[in-house]
Design a protein. Structure first.
Length: 174
């Protein structure tokens, strides 16, 4: 189960919860829990937004046929769980840049399609943003400012390295 974005230590709680709740059966190990099970387990104001129905700053955002769970208790901006995304609307609302918000969602979506590698998810998000027209060079600089001060950890390169790699992804026409 993939948890991404910030360097806050608390993010591992969500990873642990997701892993603990995944179950031991072979089908569970492959698909994890359903969004409904997740919402029931975490409680609070968590709710499911059906695939194709989520909007961010007035822009429709999709991740294939995957629903989005909004959980204001998530200790990070977003997370990816097999078959659905989890976003913290309270943290996202604090971000001023629409490009950064959309990048967060696209990054999590990148985990859905490309797996747990953070650099791959970063590149997926940047390329998707460029292709869909919401990530401009200025928006990429806003994303870099967002991740730029982050220290590296076992899952993420340091912010400056992430920015350098994302700029290369943005420049690559593939």
């Amino acid at each position: 189960m993939w948890q991404v974005l910030s360097s806050r230590r608390g993010r591992w709680a969500a990873v642990g919860l997701a892993a603990a709740l995944a179950g031991a059966s072979s089908s569970s190990a492959q698909t994890g829990m359903t969004p409904e099970e997740y919402v029931h387990k975490v409680g609070g104001d968590a709710r499911i937004v059906p695939a194709g129905s989520f909007t961010m700053d007035g822009q429709k955002v999709t991740c294939g046929r995957r629903p989005t769970v909004l959980n204001s208790r998530l200790n990070d901006y977003g997370a990816a769980y097999p078959t659905f995304l989890i976003l913290n609307p309270k943290l996202l609302a604090k971000l001023k840049s629409t490009a950064v918000k959309l990048w967060v969602v696209a990054h999590e979506c990148g985990h859905q399609f490309r797996g747990p590698d953070e650099a791959v998810a970063d590149c997926f998000a940047v390329r998707r943003g460029r292709r869909q027209g919401w990530l401009t060079p200025q928006g990429l600089e806003e994303v870099c400012a967002f991740v730029g001060q982050a220290k590296g950890d076992s899952m993420h390169f340091a912010g400056a390295q992430r920015c350098q790699a994302m700029r290369m992804c943005y420049a690559d026409p593939s």
